[in-house]
Design a protein around this ligand. Structure first.
Ligand code: DC
Length: 208
């Protein structure tokens, strides 16, 4: 069983994906981490994430060891990820790993931007998790209040708008719901309600 979860930043898709994976006892992949690892690695080499040659060379050498660095969660890594993610050859370089993960015998839960549309269009259940940019920025801002550097709500909102525009406006695999995805707007839903609705959808659509 493949469950594909897509949506913009801070929509709650990661939390939902982890809960579904635990519920069904299948592996989970947060595919954003792959793009973050490429973006961060280019930054650490002193490069520009928009430099396609540097980004592709890095994407070709990403290993599972590169995916657990806590700095991957930083905002710099997120912005760099969104820039490298707009380069078609970077997406291509990361595709086989994601498709293999999706099609492993145990099944998989994957979250990202293009799982239901490009990586696993054959997924048994597709869910598009979204929320208004204001609600998502406020969630991210609250999470960052304990960080060493806590940005203002306006800074987080600006960053999120920029990232949304890049992720939705790019020509290759833009963020959009698959035609057969359940759309879950989480503005007024708590994580338990999101999980309950998603689970009902999976149980209805996924093959036993
Ligand atoms: O989900 P995230 O915030 O960790 O993703 C970081 C960036 O990576 C996001 O701005 C866009 C990109 N991304 C993508 O283009 N496709 C994916 N499947 C996952 C992430």
């Amino acid at each position: 069983m493949i469950i594909a979860i897509d949506g913009p930043a801070a929509s709650g898709k990661g939390t939902l994906a982890r809960r579904l994976a635990a519920h069904f006892g299948v592996p989970h992949l947060d595919t954003g981490v792959l793009y973050r690892a490429v973006g961060l690695s280019v930054l650490r080499q002193g490069g520009d994430p928009a430099d396609a040659d540097a980004a592709v060379a890095t994407a070709n050498h990403i290993t599972p060891n590169d995916l657990s660095d806590p700095v991957l969660r930083s905002d710099d890594a997120a912005q760099a990820a969104s820039v490298v993610a707009a380069i078609p050859a970077v997406r291509q370089a990361l595709q086989d790993f994601q498709r293999d993960f999706a099609h492993q015998p145990s099944g998989a839960v994957m979250d990202g931007r293009d799982i239901g549309t490009v990586i696993a269009p054959d997924a048994d259940a597709k869910i598009f998790v979204t929320a208004s940019v204001e609600v998502r920025a406020r969630r991210r801002w609250s999470e960052l209040q304990h960080a060493d550097y806590a940005p203002t709500l306006d800074e987080v909102l600006d960053d999120m708008r920029r990232r949304d525009a890049r992720d939705s406006g790019r020509t290759v695999s833009p963020l959009r719901p698959a035609d057969d995805a359940l759309i879950l707007d989480t503005d007024d839903l708590d994580p338990d309600e999101v999980f309950a609705r998603a689970l009902a959808h999976v149980e209805k659509t996924a093959k036993p």
